[in-house]
Design a protein around this ligand. Structure first.
Ligand code: GLN
Length: 563
């Protein structure tokens, strides 16, 4: 870990949670990263998840939220998506760690005599590995500041070794290390009084691990009043100006703007012994404002299998899809209203059930696995195709659009993906032979196509026009592919594979020509993983434009603010 001459000196901002999880620690740290970046600093981030899973790939999204995928194929927590979106930087597996991944490295190193016969005790070797990885991530990004978000909350057993890493960092780099506690202030009575006691306990819990937060971020429904600020400061050993109010906001992209209003940037620089710097948040502020200014509503339906999931879980499982919709809506100055449509409702194929789709300006079928709800999705896709409702299929949504086309346009009865019907007469979507072999060996972990792959777009197609170029790279997470033996037949029937791998063995984008449908397009990759606030994904952007056009055509009488 000794610093060499070429290495840039970096500062550490650690973020830990207090009281409870799910209070927006990831968004808070991404926002802090954003305000530091807006002062001309190079910022990167590391997310630490305390579970033993080596990565998030095997986790059920309804339990843990969306599995985010990075360019290098790392399957990780959705907070990584927040970092990428707020910082507008591509991150890698170096920016993500779990308890499992750290122990795995240490154990493997021990097995290969990497510790030279020493007894490898948990402390200091585990926290040392953690710090090592943080430093490597910072060096790789040539960062001035590295944000390190520790999952879980203070006082629980799981993240104790990560807190130990912070303690060590504070001893080694006292001037370069900052600890921010993101706490939560509940409301118990009708008078809306924010209670500070749980925060006091969280700080005590941190104190018992040898840590004292430098800044306390008070997440609550409302802004903190002076009295509460005083109380937290007095009981938690910080100055009043070190207690930052972080009330709920209607748009999360406002958070960096609000933090700047409170001068959080200056406070952090001062505490990290850095000189004050000018800030430039103009573009971001304009983007955040566009979200508020947008009045015209565009109705987007997301069709999935949602039986027991509940709204909150859904929003969490499709976080990147929702954010991508928001980015492109802000681009066009419209307000998206998103509705979850249970594919089960369309399973009957009855006209009266499918008619519900008419009220939407655009329909998305997002990624998914397994056979439940598939027939309903196919019926919805057919309705969109036949009735010219803008349709955007993401991964499974592209595969099923291809199956639907085979069934209903090419009359290939019973066409399917072998994921649903392994014995189908027309395996339009299938596992490629090389993957089949891995599956036969039960090597499931290695059977997904993960991360960034290049694709080439056909000139003059919707996809190529949207990107404005023919060479692209997009992120993947799937096992099945369009079966190469049917590609010619599908194309002859009118489906355009406008994007494919450079060798054209793997189909990447399927679409219908504009002359036939205003927007009917599916991608084998996940465009939602690469949309950024100030750079909406080109395909989401074009989908949203088509939805807006439909809205305007259907309701020429409706002015601004019409719902
Ligand atoms: N289940 C499909 C596959 O494995 C699609 C996956 C997805 O939508 N992410 O290929």
């Amino acid at each position: 870990m000794a610093a060499t001459k070429t290495k840039k000196h970096h500062k550490y901002v650690f973020i830990v949670g207090g009281v409870m999880s799910g209070v927006g620690k990831g968004v808070a740290s991404s926002s802090i990263g954003k305000i530091l970046q807006s002062r001309g600093l190079e910022v990167t981030s590391v997310k630490i998840d305390p579970y033993v899973n080596v990565d998030a790939g095997t986790m059920n999204p309804t339990e843990h939220g969306e599995v985010f995928v990075l360019d290098d194929g790392t399957e990780c927590d959705q907070d990584m998506g927040n970092y990428e979106r707020f910082l507008n930087r591509d991150l890698s597996g170096r920016n993500y760690m779990t308890t499992g991944s750290i122990y795995k490295t240490v154990i493997e190193r021990e097995r290969s005599m990497g510790y030279g016969g020493r007894s490898v005790s948990v402390v200091p070797y585990i926290p040392m590995e953690v710090m090592d990885r943080i430093d490597k991530a910072a060096e790789l990004a040539k960062a001035d500041v590295i944000m390190v978000e520790v999952g879980g909350t203070a006082g629980e057993y799981e993240n104790i070794l990560f807190l130990e890493a912070i303690r060590i960092a504070k001893i080694k780099h006292p001037k370069d290390t900052l600890l921010i506690l993101v706490s939560h202030l509940p409301i118990m009575s009708d008078d809306n009084e924010l209670k500070t006691k749980p925060t006091q306990h969280a700080v005590r819990a941190l104190n018992s691990t040898g840590l004292q937060p430098d800044i306390i971020l008070a997440r609550a429904k409302y802004p903190l009043d002076e009295k509460r600020k005083e109380k937290i400061a007095f009981n938690c050993n910080v100055r009043e100006e070190d207690v930052i109010s972080a009330p709920d906001v209607s748009s999360l992209y406002d958070i960096p703007v609000n933090f700047e209003k409170d001068n959080l940037g200056n406070l952090i620089l001062e505490k990290l012994s850095m000189r004050p710097r000018a800030k430039d948040m103009k573009d971001w502020r304009a983007f955040a404002q566009r979200i508020h200014d947008a009045k015209d509503v565009v109705h987007i339906g997301i069709v999935g299998k949602y039986f027991s999931s509940g709204k909150f879980i859904l929003a969490d499982s499709y976080l990147s899809v929702i954010e991508s919709i928001k980015h492109s809506a802000a681009f066009w100055g419209v307000r998206p209203e998103i509705k979850w449509l249970d594919s089960g409702e369309f399973e009957s194929g009855k006209a009266e059930d499918l008619k519900k789709l008419e009220e939407f300006d655009g329909i998305i079928v997002p990624g998914g696995f397994g056979s439940r709800g598939v027939e309903g999705k196919l019926a919805a896709i057919r309705y969109c195709r036949e009735n010219k409702i803008p349709y955007f299929g993401l991964c499974y949504g592209m595969q099923l659009a291809t199956v639907e086309f085979a069934r209903n346009v090419l009359k290939m009865k019973g066409a399917n993906t072998t994921e649903v019907d392994p014995r189908t007469k027309y395996p339009i979507i299938d596992i490629l032979p090389e993957q089949k072999k891995l599956m036969a060996e039960s090597r499931y972990g290695a059977t997904m196509r993960l991360g960034a792959y290049p694709a080439v777009l056909k000139k003059g197609t919707t996809a190529e026009r949207a990107y404005g170029r023919t060479k692209i790279s997009e992120r993947h997470r799937h096992r099945y592919e369009v079966n190469p033996i049917y590609v010619k037949r599908l194309e002859k029937g009118g489906l355009v594979f406008s994007g494919a791998s450079p060798s054209r063995r793997l189909m990447e984008v399927a679409e219908l020509p504009r002359s036939i449908h205003p927007f009917f397009l599916g991608t084998q990759f996940h465009p939602e993983l690469k949309s950024r606030p100030l750079a909406p994904h080109p395909l989401f952007r074009e989908f949203m434009k088509a939805a807006k056009t439909r809205r305007e055509a259907l309701h020429p009488d409706l002015g601004a603010s019409a719902a």
